[in-house]
Design a protein. Structure first.
Length: 190
């Protein structure tokens, strides 16, 4: 099994990154090959709406630090996306990356029953952390991305690990345990 972890936090020791790292350690212990990409250290542009991925290429035409990330996802069985919540959504780092996944869609994706170039059956896990402890706040983020990954990209399964109001992850062994258990379950089924 191959797992790709995309870290969208600008902080290497942030809450979402710590949870993702726990997940990845458990995935590796189950035999998964894990590749991690820390977006804040990469140089890349957001989607340029050039439409080359629909007209002349079967992949994103931009060649930058996201190229190997997108390639790794095409080859992966499981994708982990981790981000803090900023201004009611994922971080700009992760959003810019997600915009580039537009290249995964076939040219006629709006009407095509198989709208995505990716092989079906991949799994996706979202790790979202927010400073606000109210779990009803920003609860609309995950359903939208879950829809895109399941209904449009053809992923077979989606999971959410959400940390609300957490300031010190070492005091939340329940969340770290959830990350570990989720990885063990998905990699066992993998």
């Amino acid at each position: 099994m191959k797992t790709v972890c995309v870290l969208g936090s600008p902080r290497e020791k942030g809450i979402s990154t710590a949870i993702a790292n726990q997940f990845c350690a458990a995935a590796e212990s189950m035999g998964s090959e894990v590749r991690t990409f820390f977006l804040n250290k990469l140089r890349y542009s957001g989607c340029q709406a050039c439409m080359a991925c629909k007209k002349t290429h079967e992949r994103c035409a931009l060649e930058d630090d996201l190229t190997p990330v997108l390639d790794a996802i095409a080859d992966a069985d499981l994708l982990l996306l981790a981000s803090p919540v900023y201004f009611g959504n994922v971080s700009s780092q992760l959003k810019g990356f997600i915009d580039r996944t537009y290249s995964f869609f076939v040219p006629d994706f709006v009407t095509n029953p198989k709208p995505c170039r990716l092989k079906p059956g991949k799994k996706v896990v979202f790790v979202l952390s927010q400073g606000m402890p109210d779990e009803t706040a920003f609860a609309n983020i995950y359903p939208w991305y879950e829809f895109v990954f399941l209904q449009r990209f053809g992923f077979s399964e989606s999971r959410l690990i959400r940390a609300c109001g957490v300031r010190d992850i070492s005091k939340r062994q329940d969340l770290l345990g959830l990350a570990e258990n989720t990885a063990r379950e998905l990699c066992r089924l993998g």
